[in-house]
Design a protein around this ligand. Structure first.
Ligand SMILES: Nc1nc2c(ncn2[C@@H]2O[C@H](COP(=O)(O)OP(=O)(O)OP(=O)(O)O)[C@@H](O)[C@H]2O)c(=O)[nH]1
Ligand SMILES: [Mg+2]
Length: 364
């Protein structure tokens, strides 16, 4: 079968940025090929077509020329925007949230992750239906009339809401189980360290390096969707420490995903120390750091004791001074910085020393 060819579409409003390269990586993670991208700078989105009509026409010509069959928009689109762009171009249209949800759906392995992804999809469908409802009611007849479309919408959204109710109850079970584990850990005096950070920075590689756990590592966004915990023993302070790998963060994360992955992200909130990992080679440290801080805040973990890891130093020439210069002023918070390579192991000793010191000082 031919690989589906995709053109990316983004409207950048004044003072805003869109990470087209990242969107391209996400789309390609699903096995599509990105053949071009169209970017329009303007003050606001066009309500009916997201980008201006001229741009959409240009997109149509480009798609013909490049044999593309799918358009992926950077921002969330309303149902009417999708319909209008589809009508003008004759191509399928999706948005970034749908792409991320699809990646999550593809990667989910455990029952819990699958339930969380399904919940996120339900939330997304509901928000789309709400949009559709508004459009229909604008078209609708006089007071008290109920168009047939509306009835179908109501039935549809009721079915989804029932499913949401069921899925939430299922997630609650996992959440309770996690709370029990947390309690037990606390009582047994085990210290827990959660490894968090942007997607694809090397969190799982670090956890594997430290614990030897066979976690899944791959050069793709969202390789990890489930938390995995391994343990290490810190001889000098005679303590067992649990290290948990977590799902990666992303900018403008679909709100549906944070809401449904709260249970998994609870591991970060419940831990004693949070290790925030960055990829020192990233050219987007600033916006990645913003995203990380926003999500940590949303899950109530921003005030946890933390260590900031800059990973992948094997890809950079130089010494610690060079590394410091590379990251200087680029991440919002930089408590207890450590530079290391999870791949080669360089600097991992220093990292463990930092953890030991922190545990001693915090006297867990
Ligand atoms: N050169 C180099 N590559 C690394 C290092 N650490 C991780 N990688 C590579 O970076 C990619 C992502 O690594 P993962 O450990 O899966 O990253 P992650 O943060 O767990 O990613 P998600 O689970 O997808 O959020 C893989 O190709 C790793 O081999 C490192 O220290 N140096
Ligand atoms: Mg991972």
């Amino acid at each position: 079968m031919d690989i589906e060819k995709v053109i990316l579409l983004s409207v950048i409003r004044h003072g805003e940025q869109a990470d087209i390269e990242e969107l391209s990586g996400l789309v390609e993670a699903l096995g599509y090929r990105v053949v071009d991208s169209v970017v329009q700078r303007r003050r606001s989105f066009v309500p009916s077509t997201y980008a201006g009509k001229g741009k959409i026409e240009e997109l149509k010509r480009l798609a013909e020329e490049k044999d593309a069959s799918l358009i992926v928009a950077y921002h969330n689109l309303s149902p009417s925007q999708v319909r209008n762009i589809e009508r003008i171009t004759g191509l399928k249209v999706r948005d970034r949230t749908e792409i991320i949800l699809e990646i999550f759906a593809e990667r989910a392995r455990t029952k819990e992750a699958k339930i969380q992804v399904e919940l996120a999809k339900c939330y997304h469908q509901l928000s789309r239906l709400r949009g559709k409802g508004k459009e229909l009611s604008r078209l609708g007849g006089g007071i008290g009339t109920r168009g047939p479309g509306e009835t179908i919408l109501e039935t549809e959204s009721r079915a989804i809401r029932q499913r949401v109710h069921f899925l939430k109850r299922e997630i609650e079970k996992y959440s309770k189980r996690r709370s029990l584990f947390t309690e037990r850990r606390k009582r047994s005096g085990l210290v827990t360290v959660a490894v968090a950070g942007y997607t694809n920075v090397g969190k799982s590689t670090l956890v594997r390096r430290l614990t030897g756990e066979e976690v899944f590592i791959k050069d793709i966004p969202f390789a990890t969707l489930d938390t995995r915990t391994g343990r290490i023993f810190l001889k000098s302070i005679n303590k067992k420490v649990l290290i948990t790998d977590t799902v990666g963060f992303i900018k403008d994360i679909p709100h549906e995903l944070i809401a449904s992955f709260k249970a998994t992200l609870q591991e970060v909130t419940n831990s004693n120390i949070v290790v925030v990992v960055y990829d020192i080679t990233s050219s987007n440290l600033e916006s990645e750091s913003d995203a990380v801080e926003n999500i940590l805040k949303e899950i109530g973990a921003s005030e946890k004791p933390r260590i900031t890891v800059f990973n992948k130093i094997d890809l950079v020439e130089g010494d610690e001074e060079t590394f410091r210069l590379i990251v200087a002023g680029r991440v919002k918070r930089c408590e207890n910085p450590v530079f290391l390579s999870a791949k080669t192991g360089e600097g991992v000793g220093r990292f463990l020393k930092k953890i030991e010191k922190m545990i001693k000082n915090l006297s867990f």
